[in-house]
Write a protein that binds this ligand. Structure first.
Ligand SMILES: [Mn+2]
Length: 323
């Protein structure tokens, strides 16, 4: 798809926005920052253009993103809603991930996404080079000649920060920085957003992390490292399962480590294993051997056995993979 087609597509979406009145805006369930930020940014933008908008996510707004403008108006149930003119599905990858069969709620479905292979919708605006779906939403809002304001900028900036790992990941391209700068110029306080995203953790999560880190194992050659969480640690700390998100990043952050593993006890006979790798090491294949799956650099699976028996078993496999 060349740049000319892309430009036409943005113009076509802008045309649909101008001629319709009632919009549904949604994204994938279990929303991340891009899913929620793109949804709220587009909702507020459309409203500023005088449109009627319902924002929907099957799982609502995660606590981390409650500070965003419009978050309190997102609904997690569409039953009883009259039909819409247009439904926007954002950042979803696959239409099924919206949960509600949203395609039945409007004659026109517009898919805006940056996930490779996303190919549904009457209009499918896919640009895999975009760091976040929010970048594409911004292109569309600009094509509507909307004057951006701080309320619209804040969710879009949050989406961009979230999907680029705070401008650390390889997708942090020149456009990502340019858009980030443009949104900050509208009055965003970068520290306020970073603080809401990364430094507003519940104490239970920190208590759990402190116990999990005591299990740190680094292989003798330093190429892999793991941490483990038992059910006892979970109940001691009072934390929730969702608080273990990102724990695998701690062993991954050790210098020289090529594969990081997080073992999570599910019950006395089941352990969930998450892998992260750097560069060419294919943990997707390894997870496949264990009956799980995933990608080359991020994968996982579920293994039967006690935590004490599964850990050495996986360490042995990693030994083979890395030598
Ligand atoms: Mn995204």
């Amino acid at each position: 798809m060349g740049p000319v087609t892309m430009g036409n597509m943005v113009a076509e979406i802008a045309q649909q926005i101008m001629t319709a009145q009632r919009f549904l805006v949604c994204a994938h369930s279990s929303p991340d920052g891009d899913a929620i930020g793109s949804t709220l940014g587009l909702m507020l933008g459309l409203e500023k253009l005088g449109k009627d908008v319902v924002a929907y996510n099957a799982d609502g707004v995660p606590d981390t993103f409650r500070f965003l403008p419009g978050a309190d108006r997102l609904v997690s149930d569409l039953s009883g809603q009259p039909d819409f003119d247009v439904v926007f599905v954002l950042d979803a990858g696959d239409l099924g991930r919206t949960v509600d069969p949203v395609s039945e709620r409007a004659p026109i479905l517009i898919n805006i996404d940056h996930h490779p292979g996303s190919d549904f919708g009457n209009i499918c605006y896919l640009d895999t080079s975009a760091a976040a779906t929010a970048v594409l939403v911004l292109r569309v809002l600009k094509a509507c000649e909307l004057t951006l304001d701080l309320d619209i900028a804040l969710p879009l900036y949050t989406a961009l920060l979230s999907d680029t790992g705070s401008f650390r990941y390889a997708n942090s391209n020149p456009e990502a920085f340019a858009v980030g700068g443009e949104l900050v110029a509208l009055g965003i306080d970068p520290w306020e957003v970073a603080s809401a995203l990364y430094e507003s953790q519940p104490p239970e999560r920190m208590r759990l992390l402190s116990q999990v880190l005591t299990t740190l194992h680094v292989s003798s050659d330093g190429k892999y490292a793991s941490v483990a969480m038992s059910l006892e640690m979970l109940s001691n700390s009072g934390a929730l399962l969702e608080h273990t998100d990102g724990f695998v990043n701690y062993p991954r952050a050790i210098s020289g480590v090529e594969v990081a593993v997080f073992f999570r006890q599910v019950d006395l006979e089941t352990v969930k294993v998450g892998f992260r790798s750097r560069g060419n090491i294919d943990v997707g294949h390894l997870a496949g051997q264990l009956g799980g799956g995933g990608h080359k650099n991020a994968a996982g699976g579920v293994i039967s056995g006690s935590l004490e028996s599964v850990i050495p078993q996986v360490h042995l496999l990693l030994e083979k993979l890395l030598n």
